[in-house]
Design a binder for this molecule. Structure first.
Ligand code: SF4
Length: 313
């Protein structure tokens, strides 16, 4: 994995970006990071297989690298205040009839006084909202896996995790815009994360690892596409009329409008006074936002290539 510099920025910026990206290393075949287990198996396999060829341009990683710098700065203050920071944890588990795998991670910060486990995130508001509403459980799994690793490593360890929290810095909210609209917007947010009573999170991680191991010899082309949820897949619906022989017409009848949900399309259908005899609603595809904007292995992914070919005709 290397840092690209397509716009010819000064060398010190490349050095800084590489330092901020320093925690990215190629993992061993049976070694998995906690954050890696939150990905889909195909993304994990492609990243491991093409690791040395991945180029992250510093223009594309500007936000995440700035986030890492903020992260480091806060951790330094927490350390001075007596928190334990950047603690490495790992433990070995058995999957698939006895194959031993190691799950490892690094806790951002732990406060021995209050028993608080804290993870610092720089995140988009949509991601934050999905986690806060329970639509996405990645953060919950991540922190519960850390806690599980702590306990697996040393059950008698003096640390007791009494509460877990995400300290989120929202990166894409415009304070000026929101204030002009009369809204009060908090860019910093503290989100409590539920401590699970069982082993749901570690079980989910081990299931993902088992899939990676069982699929690791498949060619890139044979790997399954990542799930809709992982790809942040959006769907689109359109209303079509019929040709004389009863097939949906190639062109939409409602000014080519696309609807982002089936419910909206059905409402549009009703408002226009259409009936099932003269019109129909069809799902016409959509966009996989992670593939397009956030996946660093998209250049090696046959599914992404097919998506682009379909989009560009
Ligand atoms: S490009 Fe999309 S389908 Fe391919 S690995 Fe990335 S997220 Fe998965």
């Amino acid at each position: 994995m290397s840092t690209g510099n397509r716009s010819g920025m000064p060398g010190f910026l490349v050095d800084w970006a590489e330092r901020m990206n320093g925690s990215h290393r190629k993992m061993g075949d049976y070694e998995f990071s906690v954050t890696e287990t939150l990905k889909d198996p195909t993304a994990i396999i492609l990243r491991r297989r093409h690791f040395n060829d991945i180029v992250n341009d510093l223009q594309d990683t500007a936000d995440s690298n700035a986030g890492t710098a903020v992260h480091e700065s806060i951790e330094a203050d927490l350390k001075n205040a007596g928190w334990i920071t950047e603690k490495e944890v790992s433990s070995v588990f058995k999957v698939l009839d006895g194959v031993e795998v190691e799950i490892c991670g690094r806790l951002d910060a732990y406060d021995p006084t209050t028993g608080t486990l804290l993870d610092i995130k720089n995140t988009k508001i949509a991601t934050y909202n999905k986690s806060a509403s329970g639509d996405d459980d990645d953060w919950k799994h991540q922190l519960n896996i850390y806690r599980h690793l702590l306990i697996a490593e040393d059950p008698s360890w003096f640390m007791t995790v009494d509460e877990m929290k995400i300290l989120a810095r929202i990166t894409d909210l415009s304070v000026v815009k929101e204030k002009m609209a009369g809204n009060s917007i908090d860019k910093w947010r503290l989100l409590p994360i539920e401590i699970e009573s069982g082993t749901e999170s570690i079980d989910k991680a081990l299931a993902t690892i088992a899939q990676v191991i069982s699929m690791k010899d498949l060619s890139d082309e044979a790997l399954p596409i990542c799930s809709d949820k992982y790809r942040f897949a959006t769907k689109t619906w359109k209303i079509y009329g019929f040709t004389k022989d009863g097939k949906p017409k190639a062109k939409a009848e409602n000014g080519h409008a696309s609807y982002q949900s089936l419910a909206e399309a059905e409402e549009g259908f009703k408002k226009a006074g259409f009936t099932e005899n003269d019109h129909t609603i069809k799902e016409v595809g959509g966009e996989s936002l992670r593939c397009r904007y956030y996946c660093d292995v998209k250049d090696f992914c046959p599914h992404y290539k097919k998506m682009m070919e379909a989009k560009n005709g």
